[in-house]
Design a protein around this ligand. Structure first.
Ligand SMILES: Cc1ncc(COP(=O)(O)O)c(C=O)c1O
Length: 322
């Protein structure tokens, strides 16, 4: 598997990059903006998604350190967990997925994919990641006693090493926008565990673009968390700092995390009807709904060049839908 060293840090090539950056004519016409979509849902692992850019760094580190088993955590339909498992398959690493049960009983969507890959899932009936990480420690201790060398990737891969992936994504976006002959004014992304958003903020600074993150789950002191992550990522990458106000968040959670909202459903249908592109009910649908609402409130200047990051999530259409 091909490796490169970027900013002195190793990454393994797992996805198909660059992903397309495409102007959507119908959405542009409907919104009065120049609407571009960054198709990270087409990165070639499982049904695509943002986590692969993070995993290119995280799993390069795991391989270099000699870890043989990767544990990671998430909600019952975690895209991050399934993408981690698929990347581990490619690299010959074992994976164990620690997922919050929260009443889930059906093997649909990403759980179906875990079964098809024959990847073990350990359900924990909790709402707290503190419980999940405590359980992970116990499991890893037992694994070590059995001669394994496990490593835990925290939820969403949203640690500085992972967030570097989205710093790289802004370089990719800048090159593509340059080729297509437009300046990027604004990037809109989903902000779940914050790593995608943090990386994009750092790269967008250099581009002179604004970044708006749409929040789809309840997180305490989230702006400061992302700020902290972005600062640590900047330090790792050896690039300049950002200020707290660079972290712009708009909340469109609706009835709750992973609970579809009426606006998100409308946004999924709008994108599908106008462009034949599919968003998901947990992340990208609510993010696009947030974008449409903000546009209707004059948040974007007319004719602004907006890049919407499609972060994947397709399997949830078949697991969680109104
Ligand atoms: C499809 C999709 N979009 C967006 C996000 C949010 O990305 P981040 O966790 O980097 O904020 C996730 C996180 O799981 C996701 O699965």
């Amino acid at each position: 598997m091909q490796k490169t060293v970027h900013r002195g840090i190793e990454k393994i090539h797992l996805g198909h990059y660059p992903t397309p950056l495409e102007r959507l004519e119908n959405i542009s016409r409907e919104t009065g903006l120049n609407f571009y979509i960054k198709r990270d849902d087409l990165c070639g692992i499982v049904f695509g998604g943002n986590k692969v850019r993070k995993l290119e760094y995280l799993l390069a580190h795991a391989k270099a350190q000699g870890f043989d088993t990767i544990l990671t955590a998430g909600g019952a339909q975690s895209n991050h967990a399934i993408l981690t498992a698929a990347c581990c398959k490619k690299l010959g690493l074992d994976a164990l997925l620690l997922l919050k049960k929260r009443g889930v009983t059906e093997t649909r969507g990403n759980l179906l994919l875990a079964g098809l890959m024959n990847v073990p899932v350990h359900f924990i009936d909790t709402d707290s990641y503190a419980h999940v990480y405590a359980e992970a420690e116990t499991i890893m201790k037992a694994m070590r006693a059995a001669g394994k060398n496990p490593w835990l990737i925290p939820v969403g891969g949203s640690v500085p090493l992972g967030a570097l992936g989205y710093l790289d994504a802004t370089e990719e976006i800048a090159a593509q926008a340059g080729e297509q002959g437009f300046p990027v004014d604004h990037i809109v992304c989903c902000s779940g565990s914050g790593g995608t958003h943090a990386g994009l903020i750092l790269g967008a600074k250099k581009l002179g673009a604004k970044v708006t993150g749409i929040v789809v789950s309840v997180e305490e002191d989230f702006q400061r968390e992302i700020y902290k992550l972005a600062l640590e990522t900047a330090k790792l990458a050896g690039i300049g700092d950002i200020v707290l106000d660079d972290v712009v968040l708009k909340e469109y959670i609706g009835p709750g995390y992973a609970r579809p909202s009426e606006e998100g459903d409308g946004a999924i249908r709008f994108m599908a009807e106008k462009e034949g592109i599919f968003l998901d009910p947990v992340y990208t649908g609510k993010t696009f709904a947030g974008f449409l609402d903000l546009r209707s409130k004059g948040f974007f200047a007319p004719g602004e060049n907006v890049v919407f990051v499609h972060t994947g999530g397709g399997p949830a259409l078949f697991a969680i839908y109104p």
